[in-house]
Design a protein around this ligand. Structure first.
Ligand code: SUG
Length: 442
């Protein structure tokens, strides 16, 4: 890793001890299909940490965001429960198990939904902007943003360098799911780029079918607060077909990095207009290289099942062409495996596909790309942020030791009713925060 360059730092979510299959996300097929299954939080966290280790070994800068405190007792108190912590959990388990599942959800692991990020090279005020996502569409996710904002404020704690914005208003018109509906394209990470915001509906519009989780108003609000240049900003509508087939975020059907945009034929409502706008916005900056995957080669349903597009697209140190870090499931489905083989044989921008095992997260609809938040940072910005969350292998070892010592390897939804699980979760998180030197900060 070069210390003098502007780099894209991936901040992965550290998967929390209460990772479970709650079946809570309408429109997310994996979450619905695996509802009620027994999860393995220990394996989930180790898988996530191994992905981070692999990227560190390859020479990438890697960061981590800690799990949020779960259960979220404040949420249960707001929902009318009272008494001791133990009594709150017990009565929620009896009378409102759905609320208890929400309070326990480990969904903050999908840090692509934690915030939207604009690098300082794109912002008129020269600061790196971070807006916590309100995640207002799904109940269990709508309770993440206050703690996410505090974590970001603690990690990016220098107002000259960073602008941490709290979430947009909690109303359906402002539904915002963060970087999962945002792609930044550029010549090099450190030069001005084009920011693509993808929304599923207009404010006030009611849509039929699966929920469209991002509004155009939310995206526009972020463009304003991040002081982005309108000429270098593109807003595009996600296709209804994709949403109703289970692409609840744009990053289930599209990923981009540097000058390459890799997407499914049905990702956008109007592909031609989206590409035209992107070409126009990027014309003095770089030559856009779109790779559209035709439905005839990879049917939308296979794209969604395999999570082909929910991959990390990376400029791998020492390699000329980009590498697609895809979930193992992509190798197991015939159309996506064959497509990947053909993709790398051509002479396009993607030269290699590497597969990674994040099955525990995948079973809740979160692939490699969901698990990371990309933050483009100059050397000065890397020096100004909290150092404890920037990982090396020794810190990964320490985190894995804590996970092995404190996480369960079997968790079913009914286990959440056991009040002693609450102390287990709090203890595990406290130890993780200590490793990240965040204990006194959040
Ligand atoms: O919001 N799943 C998450 C998955 C998020 C994936 N992120 C991106 N595509 N960037 C969601 O639907 C399921 C939780 C449960 O059912 O227990 C869940 O929240």
């Amino acid at each position: 890793m070069s210390s003098t360059e502007t780099l894209e730092v991936n901040f992965d979510g550290l998967i929390g001890p209460s990772h479970n299959y709650g079946g809570m996300s309408d429109g997310n097929l994996a979450s619905q299909t695996n509802a009620g299954d027994v999860s393995n939080p220990r394996e989930a966290a180790l898988q996530g940490l191994e992905k981070m280790r692999m990227l560190i070994r390859a020479g990438f800068a890697q960061g981590v965001l800690p799990p949020l405190e779960r259960p979220n007792l404040g949420f249960l108190v707001d929902a009318g429960f009272n008494g001791t912590d133990q009594q709150i959990v017990e009565s929620a388990a009896k009378t409102a198990p759905f609320l208890l599942k929400s309070a326990y959800s480990a969904s903050s692991m999908w840090t692509a939904n934690a915030a939207t990020i604009s690098p300082s090279a794109d912002a008129e005020d020269g600061r790196l902007h971070l807006t916590a996502a309100n995640l207002s569409s799904m109940l269990h996710r709508s309770i993440e943003h206050p703690e996410t904002t505090s974590s970001l404020a603690a990690i990016f704690d220098d107002e000259d360098a960073f602008a941490v914005h709290s979430a947009l208003p909690m109303h359906a018109d402002f539904s915002d799911e963060g970087a999962a509906n945002h792609v930044r394209l550029c010549a090099e990470h450190g030069t001005a780029g084009v920011e693509l915001f993808v929304y599923g509906r207009e404010a006030g519009e009611s849509v039929t079918g699966f929920p469209a989780r991002q509004t155009r108003l939310a995206s526009q609000s972020i463009v304003r607060s991040h002081t982005l240049n309108d000429k270098r900003t593109v807003l595009a509508r996600q296709s209804k077909t994709a949403i109703n087939a289970g692409a609840f975020h744009n990053d289930v059907v599209c990923v981009g990095t540097l000058n390459t945009l890799f997407f499914h034929e049905h990702a956008f409502e109007d592909t031609e207009a989206t590409l035209r706008d992107l070409h126009r916005a990027s014309q003095d900056l770089f030559e856009l290289r779109p790779i559209m995957v035709p439905d005839a080669e990879v049917p939308l349903s296979d794209a969604i099942k395999s999570y082909l597009f929910n991959s990390q697209l990376l400029k791998w140190p020492g390699e000329d062409r980009l590498v697609l870090l895809a979930p193992l499931e992509t190798q197991e489905i015939e159309t996506t495996r064959t497509y990947c083989e053909r993709l790398v044989q051509g002479n396009g921008p993607i030269g290699r596909v590497q597969f990674v095992d994040v099955r525990q997260s995948m079973r809740n609809g979160g692939g490699p790309a969901c698990l990371r938040l990309r933050v483009v940072m100059t050397p000065e910005e890397r020096a100004a942020c909290h150092q404890g969350v920037l990982l090396d292998e020794a810190r990964i070892d320490e985190l894995q030791d804590v996970v092995r010592e404190t996480y369960r390897d079997r968790l079913s939804v009914s286990d959440l009713a056991d009040p002693s699980f609450m102390s287990e979760c709090l203890h595990a998180r406290e130890r993780l925060l200590r490793v990240l030197d965040l204990g006194r900060l959040i």
